[in-house]
Design a protein around this ligand. Sequence first.
Ligand code: FES
Length: 126
Amino acid sequence: MSGVADVHVLCASADVPEPGSRGFAIDVGGETPLRLFVVRKDGRVTAYRNSCPHTGAPLEWQPDQFLDLDNSFIQCSIHGALFRTEDGLCLRGPCVGQSLRALSVRVDSGRLVVDLPVEDRGSGTD
Ligand code: FES
């Protein structure tokens, strides 16, 4: 059973370009912050934990750069895995068929807000 979500305001919605991405580390009460990132592409906003299913490493190759060069896919900087932006499924690379861990994100009064379920509280790592 899923409990009540913790609500975290990330930034102004306009702070994530179309197409584009931005990374965050938020305090969830654990020893380490929760690392996540938001992607905006084709008018849709999605959020994932910043942890590659291959090794658990963070994905970005530069701060806030989670997309490949033509902004088609999320790309892991370590071994180049490519993930669909809409659902985080890996289509190419060492973790094909696995998915990034999606988080619930929404636009609320011009801000990007993530809702963390109980199981994501208190842990910044998988
Ligand atoms: S750590 Fe991401 S593809 Fe290997």
